[in-house]
Design a protein around this ligand. Sequence first.
Ligand code: ARG
Length: 356
Amino acid sequence: MKPVKEQAEAFIRQCYKELGKEDQTGMRIEEIRRSFDETGLYRHTGEELVHGAKMAWRNANKCIGRLFWDTLSVHDARDAVTEDDVYKALVEHLRTATNGGRIKPLITVFAPEKNGVQPVKLYNHQLIRYAGYEEDGTVTGDPHSVAFTRFCESLGWQGAGKDFDLLPLVFQVAGGEPVWRTVPDEVVREVRIRHPRIQGIEALGLKWYAVPAIADMDLEIGGIRYPAAPFNGWYMGTEIGARNLADEDRYNKLRDVALAAGIEAGSNASLWKDEALVILNQAVLHSFQEDGVSIVDHHTAAAQFRQFEKQEATEGRDVTGDWTWLIPPVSPATTHIFHETYDNTEKSPNFHYKSK
Ligand code: ARG
């Protein structure tokens, strides 16, 4: 890893070039050098933060939705310091991102780490997520949330114990104690899953939320780490229909879907799972579309990714990617991505999993 100073300079050069402000690069780098000398760190301007966050999305190797990187909205919440400030910013994030169903890609950036202290720490995996309760080996709700749900309970939160309970927002400011706050219902859009032709699907009582807002990744720009920077796009249907509701270690609904559709869950070779998968994914796309909530199918998303690849080539940038994540979990070989290879080198700015 290069020293922060050098990472800062490399970022400024590229950022200012992309913004058509090359003439100001030298001055800004001088200013940053002075800041390092005086304080040992530097602070991004609003413009650098906005463009840096967009670049991080553009460099997110796992993401198939990157065509829209330049449309990202950025909320600068670096001055949110109290619990009330943080709660307000998170609720505002969900309200703005939901946008009545026309989902807006949005990131809210809280203050970076300073002298080893994290001004804001988020404990949620996503801002909206369903609880999971484990009792003698069986789970009610989302098994992915079991550990976090227990943590919430240890803080005094109590859920209804149902399949789709909204978890609270859990965060900490200035190294204090973690606190939990309920997400107001009015900023949580949910979609009931039903099928355009198969009546029985709706009776399964499945639903999912509209806004996937990842809250547990670090945003890194020019050597500065923003440990609290929740971001969202809109869903690709398969994330819900082929993973969240289908994976055996998630909601595990393929057998119920098959049954509801009158398909015998018999031999592997009958491909009942595959049939159920297609039905469930049709239902997810249909339900979101009918409710006016943004969603993209995997064929369209792949076509958009191809356009992104062309656009980047035109700009003289090479596209890095993680093939294992870019291929959709349904019918991967019907997309061009399956037949390509991708260089998984990590560029900066970027999003990173936390090491702890
Ligand atoms: N796969 C995750 C989920 O199902 C969401 C990841 C981000 N997805 C997105 N479309 N931006 O909840």
